[in-house]
Write a protein that binds this ligand. Sequence first.
Ligand SMILES: [Zn+2]
Length: 306
Amino acid sequence: MSLHLSMTERRRYSRNIVLPEVGLSGQARLKSARVLIVGAGGIGSPAALYLAAAGIGRIGLIDGDTVELSNLQRQILFRTDDVDRVKVDCAREAISALNPLCVVDAHHVRIGNARITRELVRGYDVVIDGSDNFCTRFLVSDCCWIEGVALVSASAVGFQGQLMVMIPGDENPCYRCLIEEPEPHHRSATCTQAGIFGGVVGVMGSLAAVEAVKILLGSDPGIAHRFLAYDGLRCRFIAAERVRDPDCPLCGEQPVADDAAMEAESILRDGRHGARSLRTVKQSQQLRQISPGRKANAGNLCGQQL
Ligand SMILES: [Zn+2]
């Protein structure tokens, strides 16, 4: 793709280009960038729209669902006439209507196979995970880490949201440094039972888009060592430090990366752990509070993702 920006592109993205953190060179970088969004739902909707508006050259969308009436309360990619249509087809139309310069890869599939997931994420610079179940999150995070692709993981339930960024390499922690393995029973906990406030997923999807663009621009990846929680009821953000776990099954000193990915795949497929369970879930000991007196709840990570 040409790194040259036409006069039309310079006008369209002028409010980006005037920012010293972006400039012409940064905007050209965004034009050549590829971002994959897993889940065209409440998180994926604002993320996709903001990325397209920002001038990301190629956006991939993975979702195996069709639009339901109850989705419209928060999934702003869709309109009433889209009900019963394939989500990624509707999303492609919405993104193209916003910015026809953005190329959209519509993957109408369900994540569930480690090999295919690795092939999918390999084609992108950054992945945003806004999927709707915990096991998909593990599979996507494992595959991104193995393939060396940066991952922005955003989720929400009720009025609570969480955000983590995983950048493979250096001393950065992976997703499993915080929670080692998926728990099958979380598959059944969805927004259907727990409820979700639409604006909260909007906040988290927008944050995910901001972090993805920052990664593409090479901005400070300090978020890679933090866990960010948003409390929509109290209008409060909480940041907690994440550290790398030397015993992590994915990025530790004796990694079993492929086994970990296969484990997540087997849980997605069968709804239970395979013969080789990695370890029990470990959570809050990895969290060291930045804000005194504030307790981030790692257990919320096990909650529902949209
Ligand atoms: Zn790790």
